[in-house]
Design a protein around this ligand. Sequence first.
Ligand code: GLU
Length: 443
Amino acid sequence: MTDTVVRYAPSPTGRLHLGNARPMLLNWLFAKARSGRYILRLDDTDVARSTEEAALGILADLAWLGIVPDAKVRQSDRTALYDAARDRLIAAGRLYPAYETEDELDRKRARARALGKPPIYDRSALALTEAQKAAFEAEGRKPHWRFRLDGKPVHFDDMIKGPQTVNTTSMSDPVLVRADGTYLYTLPSVVDDIDLGITHVIRGEDHVSNTGTQIEIFEALGGPVPLFAHHNLLTGADGEGFSKRLGSLSLSDLREAGYEPLAVALMAVLTGTSLPVEPFPDLLAAGQALDLSMISHGPARFDPAELDTLNARILHAMQYEEAAPRLAPLGLASEPLWLALRENLTKFNDIKDLAALVNGPVEPIVADEDRDFLAVARDMLPLEPWDAGTWALWTTGLKEKTGRKGKALFHPLRLALTGREQGPELKSLLPLLGRTECLARLP
Ligand code: GLU
């Protein structure tokens, strides 16, 4: 079997969003499961829209999600390869110069529509004589270059969607090279996939019709055709697709908002599959459970509430060893503290606020009608050493002595000890506070 080589190929034209993390991670998990290689390819042939800032942002996003590519390439470094492929396609008669301006093409499309025909390019450039071409050139026109499609339906077996047919007869011959000589995405992608030995192309289903064109180009260049897997796209709850302009769900914003990378990664991968969105211990464990065949054919709707829940569940299960390096800079590296407080976290940094309940200062809340009760509670506070059983010991005695139960028994204790209506279980908090601090907080 050939070794698996996959690529993740974002365009560095903006910030990546949650939807972009889906192919990023599906490729990664696919490669990991097969001990394959993962190549990051920056599709930066669109010079006007590509920026260095976006490229750095992509690297930061990958690192945050725990991905270490085996190789990184940039299309802007590889123009010579595309030029060679372009020349071969020209020589083979598959790439032809066309001289229409945007306006002329618009008019042709409008005319076709008016006649009730699909607005497909009419290939009139194929009929140009050498003299006509020379006349255009003399006018100062530069050609763009179109790939001559074969006119036969292209079939391929998609690893997610099953057998697919792309009817290229209903498509315009695609422009591969702009009039200024720069390349659109289609050709460089194929050239790179051949050159880098890509065995599997895993990408969004918005690329299915591109695949029809690209398979023809692979064949015209004599390269092996990789296997394709087109996954459903993540959408918002309303079914609207994410766009790079949708700021709040950019990976960098999710990072800044304090989400765990694992929560974000699991949401990106598991939403819209037959696997439940569960707090897998790590991404690779999710990858082992997930097969491409489990990706559903319908849309993958992202539910922000589900991200919050998942994030919390990951924190609630997080072992101290994992949390400790992040607690240390906050001065909170204590295992009992972590174990007592983690179940109340929705974001990791909530720990700062919760730890203030333990470390103080706390302003006790004491209602007048509870004053006598709290005085009894103070008297009955058990002697140390304290453990997880101290709370039950204390409150059982108090219940017998005062006749209070339920909320009337517990709530005044919480208000006095923490100064808040809600919070972590007092059973866990009590041993962290210790007797002296409790005495100080009880009136
Ligand atoms: N740059 C393309 C994109 O971001 C890559 C598509 C592909 O994986 O071939 O959509």
